[in-house]
Design a protein around this ligand. Sequence first.
Ligand SMILES: [Zn+2]
Length: 353
Amino acid sequence: MGGLLGFALISGLARWRGWPAGLYLALLALWWAALVLLTTPRLGLPQAAEFLGGNVVLWLLLGPLAALVLAYHALLRRLRARALLRVPPQASATAAPPAAPAAAFSDAELTRYARHIFLREIGGPGQKRLKAAKVLVVGAGGLGSPVLLYLAASGVGTIGVIDPDRVEASNLQRQVIHAEDRIGLPKVVSAEQAMRALNPHIAVRPYFQALDETTAADLIAEYDLVLDGTDNFDTRYLVNRVCAALGTPLIAGAITQWEGQLSLWHPASGGPCYECVFPTRPAPGMVPTCAEAGVAAPLPGILGAMMAMEAVKHLTGAGETLRGRLLIQDALYAETRVIAVKRRADCPVCGGH
Ligand SMILES: [Zn+2]
């Protein structure tokens, strides 16, 4: 049956080479038309007809039948994707995420986020919450790199990123959002390029400046969630103070050498703030920065990916976040500990509220 062999060959090639559906269907249709033509008795090619198998009437009937089956399958796939978007999310005992907004997804977005939408805990409503979310990332360095990439890939609709530095060659050992040919560019611009290349369906707002006392409150007020991956204590305590005052949840991570820690600080929902647990600021110069003490390249990748994971969970209401818990990672000995942390009544930042 040479005719059927042709269809099998086209299907095999399409699967092997990963052809787009349009090209695959066009080739199928073309082969079908050729079969009809070649098996027509009027063409006077009896050998061809014999080799291709069957007669013109058979092939003529088979074409529309196959088209119907393919159309039915495409319709089923579409209906399934739409139905998944309407599945209510898993109820969460700890978080009360806002009602899923009515943002519609394009077909390209449905394909892109399918693996999220298939997750029972995220589903269509969770993906819509991600799309509606506005998240500010402080620092586009070691932790900021994986945080920004994963937030962008996850489909967080609006991502702000603030950082006053430019990309340097020594950053590239761990700050994987940047690249050799973007050395000298503001980190926020380099990060924006990488995020847009990864996901064109999101909005990125770069701020090429340091977060300071005068602008922090106005900027943070525009966002639903803040992720802090800076390596200086001034900024860390400032971000915590402003987030606590505004009631904005804060996912903060810190790393040095082989160790890192992270938590979700959210006094507005009963958890502690950063200063509840770390009330005493280290004296300037007491805690060396990554530039002074060194840092293992994948470490910010581990902690940054965990920060992004916490963000996805917090925004979608999936699972249990690290609110009220501090995760400590010792990469040198491959040990992870999670300890309970409590709010302090006399905390100067969040106590007495
Ligand atoms: Zn506090």
